[in-house]
Design a protein. Sequence first.
Length: 204
Amino acid sequence: MRAALLCLTVMLLAAAVCQAIGPGSCECLKTSNTVLQISKIKSYSVQKSGLCPIDAVVFTTVKGVKICSDPQKPWVKRAMKIVDGRRTTVSSKAIPATTAFIPTRNTTASSWPPQCCLKLSNRRMPARRFAYYTVYSAGLCPINAVAFWTHKDRKLCYDPDLDWVKNVMKTIGPRSSSAPAPSKPKDSSRRRRGKGKKIKVKAE
């Protein structure tokens, strides 16, 4: 009799836990390396590892796509603050005009700065292909990155902790503000056409 009651109690507890968690409540089994632009994030939810496998932040995009991100990454923390700022701005608009409140500074941004790197390249290239580099920190940008610029003004972003990236940085040096802009090739077609023309002299 006691064994039957014990089994029944265990089953009831298991059912209660399953009902509390709910099917599909743990949406993230692993986190993604995808970096989202702030303008594409609609909302987010936080998943805790107490009842779920991992800690994660579930971002929902404006198209309804859900992305699982690491809550410890700097860009994730900043995105959460900006989304929270949007909610504060919306809620402040609902306050009646007769109610006095202290306005807060709007710190929301539609996206990351355009010069930031949103993803890193795995393509390794020799130092002679690059003209200079620029370093972007995770404070203002979503990730730490080094942007190498080729002689054709093409930008490639890399992980600054890689050894070969550090060696290339020592070889080419950072971008100099006094560096002259690349000169445009001269159009020699006009000169060639001018040399080929013959001047005709009319006889009197």
